[in-house]
Design a protein around this ligand. Structure first.
Ligand code: MRU
Length: 336
């Protein structure tokens, strides 16, 4: 499917089905899948066909709509099962639970009404990204920008969070030089962010995860921009594993570390980062690269998919409702 960069979205509702850009296949292949059941959507969220906190929320919403169609068509499944199946896919990105709560509040729970709500969630997410772009761009100081994982159109309904800020800077004629790190173990940075930055014409350089601190020490990086999977009430931030190390390196070099996330990622019911559930994923993501074994069979493996960056390392949290700063508790509460 062809699309303009500006219109890139990993999810398209078309002819009563959800079309998903298969993010496992990027950057080698642009493969679109057509999903017609909530079970397929649940699998797609779990196996990272669709990933990134806001995009997971959008996908789950469409999954509910597909589930309602299955129920209306006489399937033995119930709406309760549909919600429970989608809810059990991934534990850390709070956008998933936020979107399911919003879908549950739709009067009547008819598939027609649920499709409309899912479309509204995606539309509003794109608008939120654009707003964050406008709010975040003026904060970025001169110099290179380091980003981690993928926070672009692929991770959202469209446009992107931290990458959205870079796109806004580009539109303002101020596009910085961007360093994207690989983001082991699943390589969202190398496979997805590098692909998106190239497509949008932003000056981008790929580095391995261990190179960021070195480039900071050499003065090649002036700030860090990342997204988030859940932001606790005190400003602690859960994001892709490796984010904490990047934040520590930024603090050691006196560089601002910005978090860009829509309000649907803010979880004021969770007091601090210690309360955020961290997903542990399969050992094969660490022992294998693209299906190829890179570690000896039998080695013990840990694979936490996210880590917590303490609020004290965060310069500002850019949301679509405004910019929060330390002390984050009252600052986030004021944006509620
Ligand atoms: O495991 P993933 O790829 O879903 O993790 C994604 C991230 O950690 C992103 O940085 C985060 O969701 C922000 S996306 C705008």
């Amino acid at each position: 499917m062809a699309f303009l960069d500006d219109d890139l979205s990993p999810l398209v509702w078309q002819d009563g089905a959800l079309r998903l850009l298969d993010q496992r296949a990027l950057p080698v292949e642009e493969r679109w899948l057509t999903l017609t059941t909530h079970e397929e959507v649940a699998t797609a969220i779990r196996d990272l066909t669709v990933r990134g906190a806001p995009a997971i929320g959008c996908a789950a919403a469409y999954g509910v709509a597909l589930g309602a169609r299955q129920v209306e068509a006489g399937s033995t499944t119930t709406l309760e099962t549909v919600y429970a199946t989608l809810q059990a896919t991934r534990p850390t990105a709070v956008n998933l639970f936020w979107a399911l709560r919003r879908m549950r509040a739709v009067p009547g729970q008819t598939s027609a009404a649920l499709v409309e709500e899912a479309r509204a969630i995606q539309r509003e997410d794109i608008a939120a990204c654009r707003r964050m772009g406008a709010l975040g761009a003026p904060l970025v100081p001169p110099g290179g920008v380091l980003t981690h994982c993928n926070t672009g159109a692929l991770a959202t309904g469209g446009y992107g969070t931290a990458l959205g800020v870079l796109r806004t800077l580009q539109a303002m004629g101020r596009a910085p030089q961007v360093f994207c790190d690989e983001t082991r173990p699943v390589l969202q940075g190398a496979r997805l962010t590098a692909w998106e930055l190239l497509r949008s014409g932003i000056d981008a350089t790929l580095i391995t995860d261990g190179m960021g601190a070195h480039l900071m020490a050499r003065g090649e990086i002036g700030s860090v921009l990342v997204g988030a999977d859940r932001i606790a009430a005190n400003g602690d931030v859960a994001n892709k594993i490796g984010t904490y190390a990047v934040a520590l390196a930024a603090a050691a070099h006196g560089l601002p570390f910005f978090v860009v996330a829509p309000w649907s990622t803010v979880d004021l019911a969770t007091i601090d980062g210690a309360q955020i559930p961290i997903e542990e994923r399969a050992a094969e993501e660490v022992t294998h690269l693209q299906g190829q074994r890179v570690a000896p069979a039998g080695i013990r493996v840990r694979n936490p998919a996210f880590d917590i960056t303490p609020a004290r390392l965060v310069a500002a949290i850019v949301t679509d409702r405004g910019v929060a700063r330390a002390p984050f508790g009252p600052s986030l509460a004021a944006l509620r």
